[in-house]
Design a protein around this ligand. Structure first.
Ligand SMILES: C[S@@+](CC[C@H](N)C(=O)[O-])C[C@H]1O[C@@H](n2cnc3c(N)ncnc32)[C@H](O)[C@@H]1O
Length: 273
């Protein structure tokens, strides 16, 4: 897989991450011949999982959408060998779904690891509902929800952020700028997510918490993803913030003498009423 600096590609290659997303795709129980949309597809790792599940189904259509031209270019490159399902790539904000997808046309819509970025979640879910066929499925997951960080992992995050800020100040004389709480830090509870989808024309049929043990490599890789860096160290140049976060997490793992940190993913499947 080719990589571009500060994209999500490196993190998405982690085996635990593929397993988490693969589990959600399995939960959606895709069938041959369906039209499936992958919202916020990034560099295409979930799109690939969807295509793999539809293998042999030549009449399936997968539409992969993201607002980032860089991520989409990489997704196209990564999926160039996907022959069975027809994969279309669309550059768009997910909020403009209905401008790109016909009403009541889609069997399943995935939205992996990105719902926490959306500020008007009601408007987005209403768009999703409009695009789904009656009975069509909306599948989403996130580890940025109230419950994503088990209590025993709190000392890890505190130490990591403290160390990274110190390294940034000492090595580069920089500090993160105080900013409004970024969208991805406003964490909804599973019950709030359920209410959100159910007041917008969907019914939750499956909801699970998937517990994952994240190795050091996972945190090193997320520290080279632009959105994560900007969320944790707003206003700091990416290269310096990334270097400080990486050194900070290395030191934290060493001092705490740990090999993994637990993290929870919320998985939800909802169907259109
Ligand atoms: C963390 S990555 C997740 C990629 C992929 N869905 C996965 O689970 O591996 C988040 C992606 O969401 C995209 N994104 C964030 N907000 C978006 C929006 N409003 N419209 C379209 N794409 C968005 C980013 O460009 C990025 O590629």
């Amino acid at each position: 897989m080719t990589t571009t600096k500060y994209t999500f590609a490196k993190f998405s290659d982690n085996p635990f991450y593929g397993a988490v997303n693969g589990h959600l795709v399995d939960m959606a129980d895709l069938q041959a011949g369906q039209q499936v949309v992958d919202l916020a597809c990034g560099t295409g790792s979930v799109t690939q999982l969807i295509v793999d599940r539809l293998r042999g189904a030549r009449d399936s259509v997968v539409i992969a959408m993201d607002h980032s031209a860089t991520a989409l270019r990489q997704a196209m490159e990564n999926l160039r060998d996907a022959r069975d399902a027809a994969v279309q790539f669309v550059q768009s904000h997910v909020e403009q779904l209905s401008e790109n997808i016909k009403e009541s046309s889609t069997d399943a819509i995935f939205f992996c690891n990105a719902i926490h970025y959306v500020s008007d979640k009601d408007a987005l879910i209403a768009e999703v509902t409009k695009s789904l066929k009656p009975g069509g499925k909306f599948a989403f997951n996130t580890s940025f929800f109230d419950g994503g960080q088990p209590p025993e992992s709190q000392p890890f995050y505190r130490k990591w952020m403290l160390k990274s800020s110190r390294i940034l100040r000492r090595e580069y004389g920089l500090s993160p700028s105080r900013s409004d709480k970024v969208e991805s830090r406003k964490h909804l509870t599973p019950a709030e997510y359920r209410d959100l989808v159910e007041r917008n024309g969907l019914t939750v049929v499956r909801e699970e918490i998937d517990s994952v043990q994240v190795p050091l490599e996972g945190w090193l890789d997320i520290s080279s993803f632009e959105d994560f860096i900007e969320g944790t160290m707003p206003g700091v140049p990416l290269d310096k913030a990334s270097a400080a976060l990486q050194e900070g997490v290395r030191q934290t793992y060493r001092e705490l003498e740990i090999s993994h940190v637990p993290r929870n993913w919320l998985d939800v499947i909802a169907v259109r009423n």
